[in-house]
Design a protein around this ligand. Structure first.
Ligand code: PLP
Length: 395
């Protein structure tokens, strides 16, 4: 044996690429879940106020979701997109109607959906420049890094892709100044998620629509985090109906745990694409489409938009002046099941303390923001427990 070979790894050493710092890794092992609860290896229960990065809209093991995926797996597990499929057509129709758009292109992740949106915008306009928002987040592929301003994500991969102009989020004057006849598209999160659940001023989305029309640019909403009912509306842009976008992306809640994302297009945008231009092996797979239909049907049948709004209103009451104000909470931002609880201190130690009280919560790029993205099926008992735990942790 060659003495210079490195020693074999310890048998217990993980083979995973260590993409997270040790302080970001949960110090518990989650082994099962039921509804809005997660359980660790010692069978301690936690209310899930984070939804696995805003994914688990229906919680864990929702019977309708499990039944749809199981039935599809038993009927037809996989065929490619060259095979016409009713389950795919049904999911696309349901999603287009729900999102008030015309056409759907299914992919596997939010970043891929944004990649597709950028491709369509560039081809449709014959232009290259994208205007994106400061502190936005759009994913980690090369094109998505190009439109994501935060140095935290892009600095190690420069030069990043594309010609991009960044403007302050919510600033219509700055957006107007950035637009000219070289701009292919304006990319906006209707509510910035990872930044710290930040809403734009009223009229910003509709104003962006008007400016895009004036300059012949496409309006793209990234609703990967906000879409599919999470904010108590089908899509967050529906709060400003005159902001009708050309392109919308979604993911996360769309499959509620099954990996699927989508680009939604207007008929006019769809007409600019040609056969063969977009494609993916796993996108629009039967199982993914079954999951999408189950999510949309469950949101409608169980009135989860109203459910999400009730959860958001309950947590908003923790803010100063609210019926259940908590000392140490400076503000509550967001709506429905996407909330930023702004603290008078750094959020990270509070997240760790909340875990001791049986609450899983998240952080954001705003260090004082506790980011909450619970399932829309969260019971009232969980909100009472969150209130008590937050009071105790901030005391
Ligand atoms: C607004 C937004 N866009 C895009 C993405 C990227 O999605 P994915 O991680 O599925 O590629 C995310 C992920 O957090 C997001 O929040």
């Amino acid at each position: 044996m060659n003495a210079s070979l490195p020693a074999p790894p310890e048998p217990s050493m993980s083979a995973l690429l260590p993409t997270l710092s040790p302080t970001s890794l949960l110090p518990i092992e989650l082994v099962r879940g039921a509804g809005a609860q997660l359980f660790d290896s010692a069978d301690k229960a936690y209310w899930d106020f984070y939804g696995g990065h805003a994914v688990a809209l229906l919680g864990q093991g929702h019977p309708a979701w499990v039944a749809a995926i199981t039935e599809q797996a038993q009927t037809l597990s996989f065929v490619t997109t060259v095979a016409p499929l009713t389950v795919r057509d049904d999911a696309a129709r349901a999603l287009a109607d729900f999102g008030r758009m015309d056409r759907v292109f299914f992919v596997n992740s939010g970043a891929e959906a944004n990649e597709a949106a950028l491709k369509v915008a560039r081809k449709a306009t014959g232009r290259e420049v994208i205007v994106a928002m400061e502190s936005g987040f759009h994913g980690r592929t090369m094109a998505c890094l190009g439109v994501t301003q935060s140095g935290r994500y892009r600095s190690q991969h420069s030069p990043v892709h594309g010609t991009v102009r960044f403007v302050p989020y919510g600033d219509l004057d700055a957006l107007a100044a950035a637009l000219d006849d070289t701009v292919a598209g304006v990319l906006i999160e209707p509510m910035q998620g990872i930044a710290g659940v930040i809403e734009p001023p009223a009229g910003f989305l509709a104003g962006a629509r008007t400016l895009c029309d004036e300059h012949g640019a496409t309006l793209i909403f990234d609703e990967v985090q906000t879409g599919v009912g999470r904010t108590g509306l089908p899509f967050a842009w529906h709060a400003e109906p005159t902001s009708q976008p050309d392109l919308v992306t979604c993911g996360k809640s769309l499959g509620a745990g099954f990996p699927v994302a989508a680009l939604l297009l207007t008929e006019a945008m769809s007409a600019t694409t040609s056969p063969g231009e977009h494609g993916t092996t796993f996108g629009a797979a039967p199982l993914a489409c079954a999951a999408v239909s189950a999510v949309l049907q469950t949101v409608a049948r169980d009135d989860l938009l109203a459910g999400a709004l009730r959860i958001g209103e309950a947590i908003a009451s923790f803010a100063p002046g609210g019926a259940h104000a908590i000392p140490g909470v400076s503000a509550v931002r967001g709506r429905g099941c996407l909330l930023g609880v702004v603290l008078d201190r750094p959020a990270k130690p509070v997240v760790a303390a909340l875990r001791e009280h049986g609450i899983i919560a998240g952080t954001a790029n705003d260090p004082h923001c506790l980011r909450l993205a619970p399932p829309a099926i969260l019971p009232a008992e969980a909100l009472t427990d969150l209130h008590a735990a937050l009071r105790a942790c901030l005391d």
